[in-house]
Design a protein around this ligand. Structure first.
Ligand SMILES: *Cc1c(COP(=O)(O)O)cnc(C)c1O
Length: 410
């Protein structure tokens, strides 16, 4: 008899996006003449920059010659990409790493989901609430949690609430935790963290021998020069943190797939008897065993993001999205909404008016002005009463959506 991993049965059904689709479908079937504008998506929409596509094509052509053909590549990534990452993402910010501290992968979703494998099942895990669901669900699958309660929280998982009351800055956990997932700029709230606040987490991690799993998927959207793009810009981080980066949102690679994780050699975990073990070595063993590397043409395309032309094109796309974000934010504020994020991230997080629940506001927005967003409660219990709008749409749609929201009767 094939007994399954019953932890999977603890997972709440993938409820959020299917439920949104269901409600939108029902509405459009009942109102076929109404145009619906979607500001709910967490996916980029602009095409890949042309210099990046050229690199992708050139590398594919190379594969057709006997001299340029590549078979299995190094699992950690080709050195041309590792060097470009070190130089542009880190050295340029006075952070130094060697190439064997970077692991190229096919996504931060996979990396943030897989990383838990190298830690004990007894590890105490802390997540912010609201949260990117991957961090939670992968720990549920592994068996680090109990069941989910009626409040939507899993037993044995430490939730760190983020709301307007604490300025979306989570308090340190009351109890000792081993692993802490932090994501800044944040999805879904669009809020950020300062170097000083990160230092508080780094000090906590030093004191408790914890590890911070830092997701910086949206660092390229930071506009404020004082905000850190990397946790490693803060002193003491190398001993207690690893960082996830992705080309997905930065350069429009959501369908192209390339990301990386930075694991400093200083970062240590412990055996049950207290012996120090290099996390870099453990992850290297895991990565080279279970992953075959990102394809050569895709790594060439990723490296092209760091060329002079590539940087220009990538920056132009980000500027486009951030101009959408700014329009949404300032317009909603002028209509009287309480709005967060949107300044250093492509997400706008708004407080629902009149204390409507997240889903009540979703229905109102859909039925009265045909704009689709994402209910905050879908990202965790503390997201209740909030709503996410994404800046990843076309400028025309954003302008039209704003005009419509203006007419929404509250
Ligand atoms: C989009 C996103 C990522 C990137 O995931 P990929 O697998 O690299 O596409 C990582 N973290 C968060 C919070 C995200 O929203």
């Amino acid at each position: 008899m094939a007994i399954i991993n019953e932890n999977y049965l603890k997972l709440k059904a993938g409820y959020l996006f299917p439920e949104i689709s269901k409600r939108v479908k029902k509405y459009s079937e009942e109102n076929p003449s109404k145009k619906i504008i979607r500001l709910g998506i967490g996916d980029v929409t602009l095409p890949l920059p042309s210099s990046i596509v050229k690199a992708l094509k050139d590398a594919s052509d190379e594969m057709s010659s006997s001299g340029g053909f590549k078979g299995y590549g190094p699992e950690q990534g080709y050195s041309f990409l590792l060097e470009a990452i070190l130089e542009n993402d880190f050295k340029a910010r006075n952070v130094n790493f060697s190439t064997d501290e970077i692991f190229v992968s096919d996504g931060s979703k996979c990396d943030t989901g897989n990383i838990q494998e190298i830690f004990s099942l007894d590890s105490k895990i802390a997540v912010t609430d609201p949260v990117y669901p991957v961090y939670v669900d992968t720990n549920v699958m592994a068996g680090r949690t109990g069941n989910s309660g009626i409040d939507g929280r899993y037993e044995n998982l430490i939730y760190l609430p983020c709301s307007k009351e604490n300025g979306f800055e989570p308090d340190l956990p009351q109890e000792r935790v081993d692993l802490i997932y932090l994501c800044y700029p944040n999805n879904p709230t669009g809020t950020t963290i300062t170097k000083e606040k990160l230092k508080v987490w780094i000090d906590y991690a030093h004191k408790n021998k914890s590890i911070i799993l830092y997701d910086a998927a949206y660092e390229a959207f930071i506009q404020d020069k004082n905000l850190p793009h990397s946790i490693f810009e803060v002193d003491g981080a190398k001993e207690v943190a690893m960082e996830f980066r992705s080309f997905s949102k930065t350069a429009g690679f959501t369908g192209t797939r390339c990301a990386f994780v930075v694991i400093p050699k200083e970062l240590m975990g412990y055996t049950g008897t207290g012996e120090k073990i290099s996390i870099n070595q453990l992850w290297s063993r895991r990565h080279t065993t279970k992953f075959n590397g990102v394809s050569y043409p895709i790594q060439k395309a990723a490296a092209a993001c760091y060329s002079i032309e590539g940087k220009k094109e990538v920056a132009a796309n980000i500027e486009y999205y951030m101009s959408n974000a700014s329009k949404i934010k300032t317009s909603l504020e002028s209509f009287g909404y309480e709005v967060f994020g949107g300044e250093n991230a492509p997400y706008i997080w708004l407080k629902t008016p009149k204390n409507l629940s997240s889903w009540e506001f979703f229905d109102k927005l859909l039925s009265e002005v045909q704009v689709v967003g994402t209910p905050g409660s879908g990202f965790g219990p503390s997201g209740e009463g909030y709503f996410r709008l994404s800046a990843f749409g076309s400028k025309e749609n954003v302008i039209e959506a704003i005009e419509k929201i203006k007419n929404l009767k509250l």
